[in-house]
Design a protein around this ligand. Sequence first.
Ligand code: SF4
Ligand code: SF4
Length: 96
Amino acid sequence: MDIIEQRTNEEARKRRKKPAPRPHTVLIKEQYCKGCSICVNVCPTGVLVIEETSKSVFGLIAKIEEPDYCIGCMLCELHCPDFAIVVDPEKRGGTE
Ligand code: SF4
Ligand code: SF4
């Protein structure tokens, strides 16, 4: 992982202040995620990080590191260019 991804993750972790009162659920559809880090950068509460993987074309993938911090703002889902992340899938029929 290069310095850009390391800094992306450091900045995300700094945004964690306290767990959400009623955490929401986030699902990453790994088969669609290309590891662009957009969701990591837009998440206001540092739920997501980027990590290395052998599964994706670019060798990176988004990971849910702190699910208890998700406030359900939808920014990750709305910004993902590949429709690879779904917020509250069990309520919205997005599990597949
Ligand atoms: S924005 Fe989408 S494609 Fe990019 S890392 Fe996040 S889930 Fe993956
Ligand atoms: S819904 Fe909001 S708080 Fe939850 S992971 Fe996505 S961007 Fe972060």
